[in-house]
Each structure stands twice: as structure tokens, then as C-alpha cells.
Design a protein around this ligand. Sequence first.
Ligand SMILES: NC(=O)c1ccc[n+]([C@@H]2O[C@H](COP(=O)([O-])OP(=O)(O)OC[C@H]3O[C@@H](n4cnc5c(N)ncnc54)[C@H](OP(=O)(O)O)[C@@H]3O)[C@@H](O)[C@H]2O)c1
Length: 262
Amino acid sequence: MGVAVVTGASTGIGEAAAIRLAREPGTELVLVARRGELLRELAGSLPCRATCVAVDLTEAEAPRRIREHLEAEHGGELDLLVNNAGAAWRASFEEGGHDNVRRHMELNFDAVVRLTEALLPLLRAGAPSAIVNVASTAGRVARARTGAYSASKFALIGWTDSLYAEEKPHGVHVGMVLPGFVRTEGFPATELREKALTRWIVSKPEKVAEAIFEAGPGGKAERYVPRPYALAAIFRILAPSLVRRVLGGGAASSLTTSTGGE
Ligand SMILES: NC(=O)c1ccc[n+]([C@@H]2O[C@H](COP(=O)([O-])OP(=O)(O)OC[C@H]3O[C@@H](n4cnc5c(N)ncnc54)[C@H](OP(=O)(O)O)[C@@H]3O)[C@@H](O)[C@H]2O)c1
């Protein structure tokens, strides 16, 4: 497959994506996150060559460091960029204010845009190549106490759609993955998993990893995980009042109070 950068590879969906991509013949991985120890542990367990960049993606120097690492360690080649690192800090607007919105935008949107800007010349040079942006179904429908997170993912989706059209003529495919509730370190979905009524809606990082492969080398434009979550996006457009009632009312109380899953 060639050289792939995976951000947020120390845990959860990014780790699963690295493991999935490592199975493809000819893959070289660049694992990115803040916790270098976890990255090195993962790199050592993979069946392909994998190097690590331990960096905070919100820092100004991060994109340049990753590009320099690619040039020094992988001959400046790049075939796939998986923009997966992200986080959610739950708070109402009254509690979190603009500070919480800024914090989400810095990691879930600005950092993705800045890294893509730094690596796009390498991706174009290596075309056909691909970018996969890990958004969220929360980038299609918003719930109480996740407004800042949703804003960052709505922004990411809009920008991704535009980049898809712009980079197509250059041979850089831009795919997007929209996970629903997936059990990970940052999104434990504890309350949902505790109840039989809601347990079934919590998915696994491995499923998202497969979707990342399909939306990258597989050439798909977008993938919901699990697939039926696409209905939320469809109903949001066709029946907005109904969706507001469901997400704002009793049926969704376990979703809005759950500590995990975005
Ligand atoms: N799980 C879900 O329910 C769900 C649903 C929809 C969308 N998503 C999206 O999926 C992506 C991955 O999330 P996940 O569920 O796998 O959560 P996770 O297990 O918490 O993983 C987040 C990853 O991002 C990295 N990261 C966080 N802040 C960073 C920073 N400032 N600089 C560099 N790396 C940073 C973390 O590594 P370090 O802490 O080592 O830096 C970690 O590897 C996110 O974009 C999230 O919004 C998740």
C-alpha cells in the first residue's frame, strides 16, 4: 500500500486503523499521538515497518515535525493520511462557553487542516493517494452538551467535502468516516453499554478501522459506522422536528448523559 500516517494511533480507532493497515502488503506506517511509549509499543507489535512521532497536534510546530520525519525516515513518500486524532469535552454552552468551542476546534478541526496543508504536496507527488478524515455522526446531528464537539465535526465535514472536489483532479482521494458510538478510551460509552436497550448501538474500533480502509485505499467517499447511523443524517434533513424531539426528549436521555460516544 505504501506509506501511511495515522494520527491518534496510541489508542482506540487510530490504533485499530494502524493494525488494519499493517496487514496490507508493502505498508509503512507513521504513528502519531502525544504518548510516545504507547506508539512505540504498538509499532513493535506490527508486522510492517512503523515509525513514531510523539507530538501534540495542536502545537504550531507539529505539522512541520511530521513532514520532516517523513522526509528523513520514509524518503518523503506519502500514500495515505488518516486524520483521526480528536477528543470531546462534554459541557453545555453555559458551562463551557467559547473556551470549550475553541479547544474542540483547535484539535478536531484546525490541527487536521494544518497537518493536511503540510502534507498535501507529498500526497500530490505520490498520487494516486488518499486522505481519510475521521468525523462523526455528531457532525450531522447535535445533542445537548455536545455543541462544541459537534461544531468541530460539522466544520470538518464541510471542509472535507470541498477538499474532495478540489483534490480529485490531482489524484488525491479524500474520504470521510462518520462513526457513531464506539467504545474507546476517550469515548467509553459506559452508560450505553450498561443497558440492554442501548448496548447494541455501541460499535467497535475494528469496524471503524475497516471503514477507514474503505474510505482511503478503497476509494469510498464516506462511510457511517455502523451503517444505519446514516439514517440520523437523512432524518435530520427530512424530518428536523422529529429528530429534535427524539434527541432532546426522554428517548435520548441516556445518550445525552452518557460519558462516552460521539
Ligand atoms: N469513539 C467514538 O464513539 C467516536 C465516535 C465518533 C467519532 N469519533 C472520532 O474518532 C477519533 C478517534 O477517537 P477514539 O474514539 O479512538 O478516541 P481515543 O481512544 O480517545 O483516541 C484519541 C486519539 O487521539 C490522540 N490525541 C488526542 N489529543 C491529541 C493531541 N492534542 N495531539 C495528538 N494526538 C492527540 C490520542 O492520543 P494521545 O492521548 O496519546 O495524544 C488518541 O490516540 C476522534 O476524532 C473522535 O472524534 C469517535
